[in-house]
Design a protein around this ligand. Sequence first.
Ligand SMILES: Cc1ncc(C[n+]2csc(CCOP(=O)(O)OP(=O)(O)O)c2C)c(N)n1
Ligand SMILES: [Mg+2]
Length: 416
Amino acid sequence: MTESTAARKPRRSAGSKATGTTGTKAGTTGAKAGTTGAKRTTRTAAAKKGSETELVQLLTPEGERVEPARNSAYAEYAAFVADISPDELRGLYRDMVLTRRFDAEATALQRQGELGLWASLLGQEAAQIGSGRATREDDYVFPTYREHGVAWCRGVDPTNLLGMFRGVNNGGWDPNSNNFHLYTIVIGSQALHATGYAMGITKDGADSAVIAYFGDGASSQGDVSEAFNFAAVYNAPVVFFCQNNQWAISESNEKQTRVPLYQRAQGFGFPGVRVDGNDALACLAVTRWALERARRGEGPALIEAYTYRMGAHTTSDDPSRYRHDDERAAWEAKDPILRLRRFLESANHADEGFFAELEAESETLGKRVREVVRAMPDPDRFAIFENVYADGHALVDEERAQFAAYQASFAEAEGV
Ligand SMILES: Cc1ncc(C[n+]2csc(CCOP(=O)(O)OP(=O)(O)O)c2C)c(N)n1
Ligand SMILES: [Mg+2]
């Protein structure tokens, strides 16, 4: 099936006033829809229609460029990539290929016992690289635990991502070095952190913006709704980037929402847009649009990147227990890397030499990741007691002593 590219009209940039009106309207419709069973059916139908028709797409799965008609509903988004160069397009492709390679290496390393766990981003490369490349150096990013592609765009060394998954450090990188926060496992909590940070930016009078990543499952968390409301009321410069990969471990998207997720924004009074999450170009365009309006002081926006988690939730999960292979096959046809390759080839933006060089670069990256991970030293056993308090604490001292005695007991048992 070729997806429709008809997109909803972007809200006008004058922002809060216009979107406030839409928000009120949406709220009223929602309340009505809740009153009768018949209306509920209508609402479900609308949700279905939304997923089929309200998708911003600039590259079809076949790799054809979608040119918006002038003044069409989504021309405003497309304008943000109108002058993209072949070099930049090759750059997006390179980012996606290398990120996928790194991710595959990490999965393999977990299978070899070198990592405790890994959360693969397979299938979500376009959503992450497109949005990540839209960020400016002074923007601040709050990821979940799956944003390896965004980390790549922010300049975090991929091997740094692996220390935490190997269990040899408590994070892996200094968030201030790349304005890329530590991975956050407590679902949805980073939406609040991001909103608070964005409110701080406003107080500082800076013109940077914040982007918070979360999943479809996280959208059901209270923290995310609270973040939406604070961000709207304080007009905070934050972009909420929801990767709807259709699954929250074994819970399908239908269990999370009765309306397309991007429509939630209307109820809070800011714009929401659904973008083809397997289209790097569209993700880049829409995220640029959202970040720039945030920087101009026009407040938050919600982007729902409609995509698919091609692999397991993590290496501890077995998706064959709760979803069918044909679902995966349907999404394989929309592969984000393949579609950009098709476009690069048909537009003569890349030749065989480019693809061959990238393959070699990918091999080198894989080798480096394997070597660095295997050589990561075990942490000092007592490091866990450090930096809990700035000046130490009697209770931590007591726990450290208990742990030391426990460790010593092994030596005694072995008669050392
Ligand atoms: C507050 C909280 N509740 C539950 C969990 C367990 N948990 C880990 S991942 C996950 C699913 C998240 O799904 P989604 O937000 O769609 O992100 P995805 O993993 O699909 O990227 C859950 C419930 C958690 N980490 N934190
Ligand atoms: Mg999900």
